[in-house]
Each structure stands twice: as structure tokens, then as C-alpha cells.
Design a protein around this ligand. Structure first.
Ligand code: ADP
Ligand code: GLC
Length: 487
């Protein structure tokens, strides 16, 4: 029998404490799935000021990081609420005692680079002081990318970290942690690393590049995206670096935490339902319409819950809005992000009273209600590393209309004649990212809405998809073991 592993899972956000996107959901569900398999997975993240004090736990170790100056913090030991996953919170009030993990009013905090490099180095100092030593460190996105670099440089003689295997998981190539080279002393990494071979990127520091170069193994969150990022389609300028590591890169699809995202037991929605009895979904639709002050009618409701950013294809939605809303439909959008998209959506809402509702901000409960109450779910992302929203939508019986990219291509099966005949169809998938293709797909969705039996069959198929974490968690364990064998 193989030994259970000790895994330090390092992240900048984890649900339900701190969430700005899918990374938080993954950082709740994957550690939970790994623990259910018998592995000792522990999550580490900064002790942000927005985390309720009741979740901070006891201080268990001091920690020190020698950056350009010497900084002190502490490790608190807590638990991820609802998940039974041990949680290390790195406390440093000046860096993390703020209202948001990354920035206020849409602007990144100016000291992001030093905050997250400090987080990484202080954690490496503090975790061994708690008396627990992991077999592997699992890092997520650029905020934690300095860890593999510290381990392979500053820690080469460290009693705990020398030769420690690391995994770097890419959740999104669009966010790389790119900063001016003048900030190099703030990283805690030596100037000798500021070369094209390591951190230097067109004259700047690129922290994700450090993660990609120094990690033992790399993965991203779907198989299709793992291939796309090695081309200029989605490499965001680092495809060349990725190609140098191609044999160490795999795609492992995200799953869904089915205890949180399950319409049969979800307490956030007004009525529960499941694939063989969707009558509760009608109640959810009517309640959603009432909550958002839309007329309670049978018109098909299209939903979106999303960060309002370029990658999500919000501009494509905007350019297709008139075509969509001149029909007998309703559209509900919950999101926050770039001012230009927030303003344009609000203006469109004013142009289409009684047909469109835009709720700006972040609202976990309304998100569940939109998945449950909508008939269709729009996701015209330019690129999408995996995407969780389309999976939540399917499980809640909202048929996704998506661009064929990244994880959307891997998780949604188009209602083509062959797929429908084979009972495999779960949504509508358009291949070219264009107004025409998106509009055609919406037209197909609306046609289906006129055929209740076909709609019900597609909904049943979508709701019956198995997105549970078990298979992916197993793939992570295999990757961890490979990295341990060859750090
Ligand atoms: P990404 O991580 O790129 O934003 P995902 O589809 O992987 O995309 O995950 C998005 C997650 O964030 C989902 O859980 C979605 O419901 C949630 N979400 C996005 N925007 C909001 C919002 N404004 N309010 C509530 N939940 C949101
Ligand atoms: C990123 C990606 C999204 C993915 C999520 C979790 O935010 O944009 O596609 O599902 O990470 O891995």
C-alpha cells in the first residue's frame, strides 16, 4: 500500500473565507477531496482582514522573512469552515489586514509583489516551526510562484526545504505577476535570477515565469488549456517558456464540490430539485424574476455570473445584446470588474426595461439563485482555463451556451444531431469567437426552448453529468508522486 501524502496547498484565496473567482472554489474542494482519500492536505493563505476573527485560530509559530529588510509575522492554525481542512493563516497586519485580498475599487494594491513574496518566504520559515513538514508544496498562480524559486535557490541547504518537490498549478495565464525590475530587491530573490533564463521578461520581473521554471511539475486546469497555453493562442507571451517544460506539463480538469453545488440540497435556492423532478426549478425561476423585479413570465431566462473582464468575452455579449433582447427573452447578469463593462451593461439595462437586470457586485446567494432560476447560461469567454460556472449551470439545469475554448470545450457537449441521438449533448458550443457564431447558437437555444420534450432531455443530460472531484484528485496524487520521485 502506498503511504498517504502530506501536502502543503498554498493559495491566495479559499472559499468560503476569501473568494474572488474559481481559484477559491478549487482551494476548498480539492484539499477536501485529497483529505477524503486519506492524504494530509493543509491549506495556507494570508490572514486577510476580511476573514472573520472567529476563523483566525491560535498563533502556533512566529515567522521571519529576510527580504530587503527583515520582516516578522506569525502563523495561525485554523480550519476551513465546513471542510474540515486544516488552515495555516499567515498573519502580518500591515500587508494583509486590508479590506480586499488584491486591491480596492478595481485597483491593485501597489505593494502586491512584496506582499506575496513575503507571504511565500515567511511561510517557508514558519511552517516547519509548527512541527509539521509536508512531502510536497502545491502552489497556485503567480501569488505563490516565488515558492519554487525560493526552494531551488535560497533554500538549497535548508534542513526541511532542500530538494523539496513543488507543483505549480496555472489557473489563468492572463495574470502573471509582472512588475518593474526596480522592485527586484522587494522579492527576496537575488539579482542573479534577473536574467531571461529566469525571472526577467521584457525588462520586467515576471513571477509566474519563476514558478514555471523552478517547479518540479506544472499543471493547468483542463486538458485543452494545457495545450492552448503552449501556443500563442493562450500562452500570453510565456508559451515559449512553457514549451521548454512540455514533458512536465499536464492538464487536470477541475471538479465541482457537490455538497456545495447541488440543487437537490442547496439551502440558498427557494426550492430544491433534481434531474428526475425539475418542478422546483420553475419556482426558482419565478422567485428569481421577482427578486430582480422582472415580469414573472415564461420567457426564457438567460443567466450570467461572472467577473466582468475582457477574457470573459463581455464585449461579445455587449455587441450581441440588441439581437438577443429584441426577442421575447430575459437576461440577468451578476458580476463585477472593469468599469467600462459595468457601465455598458448598466446602460443596456436602462435601454431594455423589464428584460434585463444587471446586479453589480459580489453575491454568493444570488449566484446560486441565478444558476437555479435561469434556463440558459451564457459564457462567451475568449479563453477559459477551465471554468466552473458552466458546470454549476449544468448541474442546476441551466443549459450553457459557450465558446469552444479551454475547459469549456472539455466540459460542454454541443447539441449536434449526433450528440443528441447519442444522448451526449449538454449545451450549445460555438467554434469561432464571433458575433455571428454566438447569435446563431443563441438562436438554436431559443428554438430548443420551443420544444419542451427536447429541452427536458437536454436538461436531464446536463444535470446528470459527473463533475465530482474524485478522478481529478487522483490525477493530482499521481502528479505529486511523480514530483516526489523526481523533484
Ligand atoms: P473565474 O475563476 O475565471 O472567475 P470560474 O468559472 O472558474 O471563473 O469561477 C467563477 C466563480 O466565481 C464561480 O463560483 C462563480 O459563481 C463565482 N462568481 C463570479 N462572479 C461572481 C459574483 N459577482 N458574485 C458571486 N459569485 C461570483
Ligand atoms: C481561473 C480560471 C477559470 C478556472 C479557475 C479555477 O480563475 O479563469 O477558468 O476555472 O481559475 O481553476
Amino acid at each position: 500500500m502506498t503511504e498517504p501524502l502530506k501536502i502543503l496547498y498554498v493559495t491566495s484565496e479559499a472559499a468560503p473565507l476569501v473568494k474572488t473567482g474559481g481559484l477559491a472554489d478549487v482551494s476548498y474542494a480539492l484539499p477536501r477531496a485529497l483529505r477524503a482519500m486519506g492524504h494530509d492536505c493543509r491549506v495556507a493563505m494570508p490572514a486577510y482582514g476580511i476573514i472573520p476573527e472567529s476563523s483566525w485560530g491560535e498563533q502556533v509559530a512566529p515567522c521571519t522573512a529576510h527580504m530587503d529588510v527583515t520582516l516578522h509575522g506569525a502563523i495561525r492554525r485554523s480550519v476551513l469552515p465546513g471542510a474540515d481542512v486544516p488552515l495555516y493563516l499567515l498573519e502580518h497586519n500591515a500587508y494583509f489586514g486590508r479590506t480586499h485580498p488584491y486591491g480596492d475599487y478595481g485597483h491593485e494594491y501597489p505593494d502586491s509583489l512584496e506582499r506575496f513574496c513575503f507571504f511565500c518566504l515567511a511561510l517557508l520559515d514558519g511552517v516547519p516551526r509548527t512541527g509539521w513538514v509536508p512531502d510536497i508544496v502545491h502552489c497556485h498562480d503567480w501569488h505563490t510562484a516565488a515558492i519554487p524559486a525560493f526552494i531551488k535557490t535560497r533554500c538549497i541547504d535548508h534542513p526541511v526545504w532542500a530538494n523539496k518537490p513543488t507543483i505549480f498549478t496555472i489557473h489563468n495565464m492572463a495574470y502573471q505577476g509582472r512588475y518593474s525590475s526596480t522592485l527586484m530587491p522587494k522579492t527576496g530573490l537575488g539579482w542573479e535570477l534577473f536574467t531571461p533564463r529566469y525571472l526577467e521578461y521584457y525588462g520586467d520581473i515576471n513571477l509566474m515565469k519563476a514558478g514555471l521554471i523552478f517547479a518540479s511539475k506544472i499543471n493547468t486546469v483542463s486538458v485543452t488549456y494545457s495545450k492552448e497555453i503552449q501556443t500563442d493562442v493562450a500562452g500570453h507571451g510565456l508559451d515559449g517558456v512553457l514549451r521548454t517544460r512540455t514533458k512536465d506539463i499536464v492538464g487536470i480538469a477541475n471538479g465541482v464540490d457537490t455538497a456545495t453545488w447541488n440543487p437537490a440540497i442547496d439551502k440558498r435556492i427557494p426550492a430544491n430539485f433534481h434531474s428526475t423532478d425539475t418542478s422546483g426549478k420553475k419556482v426558482c425561476k419565478a422567485e428569481l424574476q421577482k427578486t430582480l423585479e422582472l415580469p414573472v413570465t415564461d420567457a426564457p431566462v438567460f443567466g450570467m455570473v461572472t467577473r466582468l473582464v475582457w477574457d470573459k468575452g463581455i464585449d461579445l455579449l455587449l455587441s450581441c445584446l440588441d439581437d438577443l433582447l429584441r426577442r421575447n427573452v430575459q437576461l440577468v447578469v451578476l458580476g463585477s470588474g472593469d468599469d467600462v463593462f459595468e457601465n455598458a451593461l448598466k446602460q443596456a439595462e436602462a435601454r431594455f426595461p423589464g428584460k434585463m437586470r444587471v446586479q453589480l457586485g459580489y453575491d454568493e446567494t444570488l449566484a446560486h439563485q441565478i444558476y437555479a432560476g435561469s434556463d440558459f447560461y451564457l459564457m462567451p469567454s475568449r479563453t477559459e482555463p477551465c471554468g466552473l460556472s458552466q458546470m454549476y449551470a449544468m448541474l442546476y439545469g441551466s443549459i450553457p451556451v459557450v465558446h469552444r475554448t479551454g475547459g469549456l470545450a472539455d466540459t460542454v457537449f454541443d447539441a449536434s444531431t449526433a450528440n443528441v441521438a447519442g444522448n451526449k449533448a449538454t449545451g450549445f458550443v460555438f467554434a469561432s469567437w464571433s458575433e455571428r457564431a454566438f447569435q446563431n447558437m443563441i438562436a438554436r437555444a431559443l428554438k430548443l426552448y420551443e420544444e419542451p420534450e427536447k429541452l427536458a432531455a437536454l436538461r436531464r443530460a446536463a444535470m446528470s453529468q459527473d463533475f465530482s472531484w474524485e478522478r481529478s484528485a487522483n490525477e493530482y496524487v499521481n502528479l505529486f508522486r511523480e514530483a516526489i520521485a523526481q523533484p
